[in-house]
Write a protein that binds this ligand. Structure first.
Ligand code: NAD
Length: 488
């Protein structure tokens, strides 16, 4: 049985009150680990350690040393990629193929930020000859990093790499449903001779996250998760006006025009909605199809859905695993029922698959609800499960209006062969990412984040590093003289 501990001030330790939490496999509900469950008191120790480390010698590290550190972490992830991928699949239920892809992306994230950090240099500003004026980027300080359960280590990497690369110290709190890969990652960091307190791991629930958000000794909180927790973090952060980064939910339209390559659009509609059983913040669960092809499109999806292989993520043939928890399972089924009650037509799924192997675990059939209209709850709220809701539209204007009529603004996709239309739509859609004739690609070089209620700030790309820095104007007068403004 795997047992995890906290990592505070360079030491592995148990929570002060010895709290533990059983970690459960979403595939069969068996207990796979006993994880340390911290409280606010442990979080305070970790924050204090991170504060000491930031106020100590860590501030003197050079960009070359920090770039080397990130590259070293990327090498260790590469070395342990198989072990990490197994842990991720065990804990989240996602397929091993997906977890392996995550580990490749995580190593790439560390390498990308290593390159970016190494290329950092302050700017020298134009100024009189007796003045040296420089614009410098400096670390923000102690960073509290709070991550969700759907992409446990990937979301952590998007935060840890730029935070450490910019010279900050870190306290990370993964979701207490899925701490296993972040724990293993911490073991990798512990192999490196970082000063104590530079990197701290505190596994626990909302109260640990709340402590990070409230603490006056934390200078920045970066959070990925739901709107409810995001709002509470935003309010808590006002205590010391700490920097915040919020990556929240989405209600992401996948818009198919009649002139699209339909083979590709059908195929990607499945990938958009059922990848990781739809538990993706940018999942294309809100399918919008132009009227003239709507019925044929729904028909083609209906043919494909029963062929999706649901199963244990470790089995090679599995295409879709379970959802993360009993709570999610219940919430998703409730949303499906709400949709049917509002008049949506259940084309496929909406229930636990038949068969003994699916009796235990949080299994759901891939689900298609057709004839959804823009006002329905299921067209507005995030479902975060393997459910496509399909709406019909009659014109470009109608599609645009309906797609933008959401409090969220994370990601959207447009399928068309008309480049002019593609350009118009991608400019007019109010979303942080707009894909045309594709779904889901992201990479470290491109920014990630949402408009409106999908969040504040961006991750990845140069801006993803800048978010972890303060900008300073350093002005040095080499030849000071009395100024005489107020006379002699
Ligand atoms: P969640 O908000 O319940 O929890 C996220 C993290 O915050 C967990 O570590 C949790 O313990 C912690 N937390 C909960 N309440 C807190 C509080 N009051 N103060 C501080 N910390 C608190 O989210 P979840 O259910 O783990 O994840 C699913 C959500 O995350 C979905 O809404 C999804 O869209 C979103 N998400 C967004 C992105 C993105 O990039 N925008 C990526 C992945 C997931």
């Amino acid at each position: 049985m795997i047992q995890t501990q906290l990592y505070i001030d360079g030491q592995w330790q148990s929570p002060i009150d010895q709290g533990t939490r059983a970690i459960v496999s979403p595939a069969d509900e068996s207990v796979i680990a006993q994880a340390a469950e911290a409280t606010r008191a442990d979080a305070r120790l970790a924050i204090a350690a991170a504060r000491r480390a930031f106020d100590g010698p860590w501030r003197q590290t050079t960009i070359r040393e920090r770039a080397r550190l990130l590259n070293r972490i990327a090498e260790l992830i590469h070395r342990d990629a198989e072990k990490l991928a197994h842990l991720e699949s065990l804990n989240t239920g996602k397929t091993l193929t997906e977890s392996r892809t995550d580990m490749g992306d995580i190593a790439a994230t560390f390498r990308y930020f290593a390159g970016l950090v190494a290329s950092e240099s302050g700017a020298v500003n134009e100024a009189p000859h007796h003045v040296i004026s420089r614009t410098l980027r400096e670390p923000v300080g102690v960073c509290g990093l709070i991550t969700p359960w759907n992409y446990p280590l990937l979301q952590a990497a998007w935060k840890i790499a730029p935070a450490l690369g910019a010279g900050n110290t870190v306290v990370i709190k993964p979701s207490n449903l899925t701490p296993l890969t972040t724990h293993h990652f911490t073991q990798l960091v512990a192999e490196l001779d970082l000063p104590p307190g530079v990197f701290n791991l505190v596994t626990g629930g909302a109260e640990v996250g709340a402590e990070l958000a409230e603490s006056l000794d934390v200078d920045l909180v970066s959070f990925t998760g739901g709107a409810f927790a995001g709002e509470s973090i935003m309010k808590a952060a006002t205590g010391n006006f700490k920097r915040i980064g919020l990556e929240l939910g989405g209600k992401n339209p996948n818009i198919v025009f009649a002139d699209a390559d339909l083979d590709a659009a059908v195929d990607y509609a499945l990938n958009a909605a059922f990848f990781h059983a739809g538990q993706v913040c940018s999942a294309g669960s809100r399918l919008m199809v132009e009227d003239s092809i709507y019925d044929a499109f729904i028909g083609r999806l209906a043919e494909r859905l029963p062929r999706i292989v649901i199963g244990n993520g470790f089995h090679g043939e599995t295409q879709m695993g379970p959802v993360q928890s009993a709570q999610q399972h219940e919430k998703i089924l409730g949303m499906v029922q709400a949709g049917i009650a509002e008049g949506a037509r259940l084309v496929h799924g909406g229930k636990r698959p038949a068969g003994d192997v699916y009796k235990k675990g949080y299994w759901l059939e891939p689900t298609l609800l057709a004839d959804v209209t823009a006002g329905m709850k299921i067209a507005k709220e995030e479902i975060f499960g393997p459910v496509i809701t399909a709406e019909r539209f009659r014109s470009e204007e109608e599609a645009l209006r309906a797609a933008n009529d959401t409090p969220y603004g994370l990601a959207a996709a447009v399928w068309t062969r008309d480049l002019d239309k593609a350009n118009r739509m991608s400019r007019a859609l109010r979303f942080g990412t707009v894909w045309v004739n594709d779904y889901h690609p992201y990479f470290p070089e491109a920014p990630w984040g949402g408009y409106k209620a999908s969040g504040i700030g961006r991750e990845l790309a140069r801006i993803g590093l800048d978010e972890y820095t303060e900008l300073k104007h350093s002005y040095i007068n080499l030849a000071p003289k009395a100024m005489g403004w107020f006379g002699a």
